[in-house]
Design a protein around this ligand. Structure first.
Ligand code: PLP
Length: 394
């Protein structure tokens, strides 16, 4: 009997809304509740900087609040911000991108919704990395798409392989591929030739290539390549949340092919009218805040270095190559067969919050835990100290 039939008397929610939770957010809620109850908690569960938005961004936003009427902007974003984002492609990657191709979004999260709606129809497949950012598959499911998993296992440096992507695209099993580099949860990054091969697989099979470049800027051994260098038709999704330290401002962007800008405009107009105006006016200043942002990045690099030294002594030493972002993805198969219960116990016994691998990988995630090292050095060092003591006794 279906859930609907057994639930007589109450009106059930839609069947398509029955997607999994974003487990990292569930753990953040629990860690916050623990902290609010006065218990000592170290946050390593959610991927967000502990630092504020850069000073120039905050000043620009305050000025906007004090002065302007703050009405809606154009659905595709404030023209000044679209201009600055286009300039960022010239300065960072040496690419000329017309401002008309920039779509400002309510965080990159809205970018996925717009991209999936603009590019794909219900029933079509979308190839997604496993492990990968959990919301890709949940957004795909809620919109009636079929997630097709591309393995990103230890054997291939935790990165999906071009030959696997080509296979699912060529067979028609998937009509698009979405990849992130540096990736969440692993932090691993494609070498330029690897990314080029993946883009080529999409281009040659007439499939969409969606590139989540949200962790660009946060790399520790050379810059990340953009998919736009290999194909002008690649759809790029990015955000002010990570490198720019602006998670709560809810502002991101996309670069889309010129011929699709009207499609994105119609969707954005109808779905949310426009991204938040005050956040956009602040974000314009983010491109002038490089000094402050590089200092944030140097702090992540220091955390990373310390944890790469300390974690092997804690039992969390088997890690994916931590090329970028601010994550360490640890194999804990020798400690547990169920990462969710394990992480829950770790939180209650040590106060260190992390995210179980099942959030990122439905098949293998029970053997993995993700740590975010975007917090303060003191907190990260304290977490390492507690985990060392805990794994000795656990
Ligand atoms: C890989 C990846 N993409 C997208 C997002 C969504 O970020 P936002 O909506 O804040 O831009 C996240 C957040 O953690 C992420 O890790």
């Amino acid at each position: 009997m279906t859930e609907r039939a057994t639930d007589r008397g109450t009106i059930p929610p839609s069947l398509r809304s029955a997607i999994s939770a974003f487990v990292a957010m569930d753990f953040m809620r629990d860690a916050n509740a623990r902290q609010a109850a006065g218990e000592d908690t170290v946050h390593m569960e959610v991927g967000q900087p502990g630092t504020p938005a850069p000073r120039l961004v905050r000043e620009a936003a305050m000025k906007a609040i004090a002065g302007a009427p703050l009405g809606y902007t154009d659905a595709l974003g404030h023209p000044g911000l679209r201009e600055r984002i286009a300039g960022h492609y010239r300065d960072t990657y040496g690419l000329e991108i017309a401002p008309s191709r920039i779509v400002v979004t309510t965080g990159s999260s809205a970018g996925f919704i717009l991209a999936f709606l603009a590019l794909l129809d219900p029933g079509q497949g979308i190839a997604l990395p496993a492990p990968g950012y959990p919301c890709y598959r949940q957004i795909a499911r809620v919109l009636g798409l079929r997630p097709v998993h591309l393995p990103a296992r230890a054997e291939s440096r935790f990165l999906p392989r071009a030959e696997d992507a080509r296979l699912v695209l060529d067979s028609g099993e998937a009509s698009a591929v979405l990849l992130a580099s540096p990736a969440n949860p692993t932090g691993t990054m494609f070498r330029p030739a690897e990314l080029e091969n993946l883009v080529k697989a999409a281009r040659e099979t007439r499939s969409w290539f969606i590139s989540d470049e949200i962790y660009h800027g946060l790399t520790y051994s050379g810059p990340a390549a953009t998919a736009l260098s290999y194909w002008d038709d690649a759809v790029v999704i990015n955000s002010f949340s990570k490198y720019y330290s602006m998670t709560g401002w809810r502002v991101g962007w996309m670069v889309v092919p010129e011929r699709l800008t009207r499609v994105f405009e119609r969707l954005a107009q109808n779905l949310y009218i426009a991204p938040p105006t005050v956040s956009q006016l602040g974000a314009i200043a983010a491109f002038d805040a490089t000094e402050e942002l590089e200092a944030y990045k140097a702090a992540y690099a220091r955390n990373r270095e310390m944890l790469l030294n300390e974690l092997p002594e804690t039992g969390f030493g088997s890690l994916a190559p931590a090329d970028g972002a601010f994550y360490l993805y640890a194999n804990v198969a020798h400690l547990t067969d169920g990462s969710e219960g394990f992480v829950r116990r770790m939180l209650s016994e040590t106060g260190v919050a992390a995210t179980p691998g099942i959030d990122f990988d439905e098949a293998e995630g029970r053997h993995f835990v993700r740590f975010s090292y975007a917090g303060t050095f003191e907190n990260m060092r304290e977490a390492a100290r507690r985990l060392k003591a805990w794994t000795r006794t656990a």
